[in-house]
Design a protein around this ligand. Structure first.
Ligand SMILES: [Zn+2]
Length: 104
């Protein structure tokens, strides 16, 4: 399978879901999770995708923010969705990727 076929679904992420995992993309695109990860890594290397840290509220599962460096994440974050203030150590940290192409 050509690289562009593997990478294509990444550019078509719907915005109605806060997250889409490599596993979900792989299932929908009919490729393996390893192929999705390889596509993501090559897009990060080329600068098309920027990896960010996204703390996730352990109470309600919503993404609380996006940070380029873990040092920028406050010790305590108030969740705007459920009002809880989970401590840094209790946050579920995910790595997400921002599309850096113009217009996104
Ligand atoms: Zn919450």
């Amino acid at each position: 399978m050509a690289d562009d076929e593997v990478g294509r679904p990444l550019w078509q992420l719907p915005t109605d879901k806060p997250f889409r995992t490599a596993e979900e993309i792989a299932r929908e695109a009919g490729v393996t999770e390893a192929q999705v990860r390889e596509a993501i890594h090559s897009l990060v290397r080329s600068g098309a995708l920027m990896p960010l840290l996204a703390p996730v509220c352990t109470s309600c599962g919503q993404k609380i923010g996006e940070y380029e460096d873990p040092e920028y994440i406050p010790e305590e974050l108030a969740c705007p969705y459920c009002g809880q203030t989970p401590h840094f150590s209790d946050l579920d940290l995910r790595i997400i990727y921002r599309d850096t192409s113009p217009g996104s």
